[in-house]
Design a protein around this ligand. Structure first.
Ligand code: DOR
Length: 434
C-alpha cells in the first residue's frame, strides 16, 4: 500500500451521499478508497505498515474541500497582485481545494492559448485544482463573442466577462444560447454601467456624507432582471455572480419559482458586513458590487437560507498594497478572500442560518455541479480533497500573515471562530496547526 492514511473518528459531512455522522475515511494514493462508521482496523494497519498515517479527527468536521467558482489568480499579467502559485496555496490554507479563475488577466483568457497557459502553470506550480473560466467577449470588450467552443475544448468550465458586464443584449443572448451547446454556465457580472459609472461605494446617505459618488442597487437589479429575461428567452444556463442586493435576491427567487434555468452566488462580505466598513475611506472595503446596507445583508442571508442563493464563492480579488493606498475613488475594487471565507461562512452555522450540511452544499457540492466537475464529494473513488475543520478554534485575522499576496481585507483584526486546520489536496497533507 503506497501513501495511505486514515482520517479517524471525525464528524463526516458529505451531502452528496447524505452523510452526517462520525466515521473514518481511508485514503490511498490521493483517492478515497473507503468510508466507514468507526473502523477498528487503523491500529492493526499501523502495526503492519509504519508509513501509514493516522489523523485523529475527534471533535472535528471532515468535509469535502471547498470548490470556489469565482476567484482571480491574476496570472498572466498581474503577478504583482497574485500568482497561480501564491493564490492556489492561499486557497488551500482556506480549505479550498478547487478554484475556477476569472479571465480578467493580461492577456485576457479569451482564447485557447491563454487557457492552456493557465492550466500548464497550475499543473506545474498549483497547490489546488484550477479550472479556468473563459471570457464571453474578445478582450472582455463587449463587442464580439470570444471563441467559446475552442476554450471549452481546452478546459474552460464556464464563461464570464467578470469585472465587466456584457452590456450588449444580443451578445448576452448568443452566449446563453451557446451555453446549452457547450453545457456550461454563463456567469454574469450584473452591473448597468450607465447607472454605476464613477461610483465607488453604495449609493445612500453614507456616500453623500463621505462625498463619494454612489452605485445604486438598481445598477445590479436592472441587469439581473435583463439576464433573467434572456435566460427565459433562450433556456440558457445563467449564473448570477456576487449577489449583493435585496432586489436581486427577490428577482432570482421569483425567476426560480417560474422555473428559469438560473443559479446564483454570493460572497462572505455580502452576508457579513455593510457599507459602514467603508467609513474612514477604507479602500480594503472597496469592492464591486459595493457593500450594501443591513437590509441587503439580511436579504442575502435569507436567500442563502431558502435556497435562492445556491453557492458561496470568495470573489478572491487580491490587489497590491500600493494600489489600495490610492484615494478611495481611484483605488481598485476587490477583497482578498481565500483565507477568511470558510471562517466567515461558518458564522452562518453558528448563527443558525445554515446547517453544516447546507453550508457544505453551498461551498463544495453545488459549485462543483454547476461547473460540471467531479468534486465536492467524499464518494469512494473520488480525489481525496478534504478540509478538516475545527468549529471552535478562535483566531485573529492578520493580513500580514496571509499566504496570498493580497493583504486587502476589511476583516483585519477580526476575531473569528472556526477554521480549516488540515487540508488534503492532490495527495498532500497541509497541517496548518504546525
Ligand atoms: O471587486 C471586484 N474586483 N469585483 C469584480 O467584479 C472584479 C474584481 C477584480 O478583478 O479585482
Amino acid at each position: 500500500m503506497r501513501n495511505a492514511m486514515l482520517i479517524k473518528n471525525g464528524h463526516i459531512i458529505d451531502p452528496s451521499q447524505g452523510i452526517d455522522g462520525i466515521g473514518d475515511i481511508l485514503i490511498e494514493d490521493g483517492k478515497i478508497v473507503k468510508m466507514e462508521q468507526k473502523s477498528r482496523r487503523a491500529e492493526e494497519q499501523k502495526k503492519k505498515s509504519p508509513d501509514f498515517r493516522i489523523i485523529d479527527a475527534t471533535g472535528l468536521y471532515v468535509i469535502p474541500g471547498l470548490v470556489d467558482m469565482h476567484v482571480h489568480l491574476r496570472e498572466p499579467g498581474f503577478e504583482h497582485k497574485e500568482t497561480i502559485k501564491t493564490g492556489t496555496l492561499a486557497a488551500v490554507k482556506g480549505g479550498i481545494t478547487s478554484v475556477c479563475c476569472m479571465p480578467n488577466t493580461n492577456p485576457v483568457n479569451d482564447n485557447r492559448t491563454v487557457t492552456e497557459f493557465i492550466l500548464r502553470k497550475a499543473y506545474d506550480e498549483g497547490s489546488c485544482n484550477v479550472y479556468p473560466i473563459g471570457a464571453i467577449t474578445k478582450g472582455q470588450k463587449g463587442e464580439e463573442l470570444a471563441e467559446m467552443g475552442m476554450m471549452r475544448e481546452e478546459g474552460c468550465v464556464a464563461f464570464s466577462d467578470d469585472g465587466m458586464p456584457v452590456v450588449n443584449g444580443i451578445l448576452m443572448r448568443r452566449a446563453l444560447e451557446y451555453s446549452k451547446t457547450f453545457n456550461v454556465p454563463i456567469i454574469s457580472h450584473c452591473e448597468d454601467i450607465s447607472l454605476s459609472e464613477g461610483g465607488s461605494m453604495n449609493e445612500g446617505a453614507l456616500s453623500t456624507q463621505l462625498g463619494l459618488r454612489g452605485i445604486p442597487s438598481a445598477s445590479e437589479d436592472v441587469m439581473v432582471a435583463r439576464d433573467i429575461i434572456l435566460a427565459e428567452l433562450t433556456g440558457g444556463r445563467l449564473h448570477i455572480a456576487h449577489v449583493s442586493t435585496e432586489g436581486s435576491v427577490r428577482l432570482i427567487r421569483q425567476a426560480k419559482e417560474r422555473g428559469v434555468n438560473i443559479t446564483a452566488e454570493t460572497c462572505p462580505h455580502y452576508f457579513t458586513i455593510t457599507e459602514d466598513a467603508v467609513k474612514g475611506y477604507n479602500t480594503n472595503a472597496k469592492v464591486n458590487p459595493p457593500l450594501r446596507t443591513q437590509k441587503d445583508v439580511e436579504a442575502v442571508r435569507e436567500g442563502l437560507k431558502d435556497g435562492t442563493i445556491d453557492i458561496i464563492a470568495t470573489d478572491h480579488a487580491p490587489h497590491h498594497r500600493d494600489e489600495k493606498l490610492l484615494e478611495f475613488d481611484k483605488a481598485p475594487s476587490g477583497i482578498s478572500g481565500f483565507e477568511t471565507a470558510l471562517s466567515l461562512s461558518l458564522m452562518l452555522v453558528h448563527d443558525g442560518v445554515l446547517t453544516m450540511s447546507r453550508l457544505v452544499e453551498k461551498t463544495a457540492l453545488h459549485p462543483a455541479r454547476i461547473v460540471g466537475i467531479d468534486k465536492g464529494t467524499l464518494k469512494t473513488g473520488s480525489d481525496a480533497d478534504i478540509a478538516i475543520t475545527d468549529m471552535n478554534k478562535e483566531f485573529k485575522v492578520e493580513p500580514d500573515k496571509f499566504i496570498s499576496k493580497g493583504k486587502n481585507t476589511p476583516f483585519d483584526g477580526w476575531k473569528l471562530k472556526g477554521m480549516p486546520i488540515i487540508t488534503i489536496c492532490k495527495g498532500k497533507i497541509y497541517d496548518w496547526r504546525s
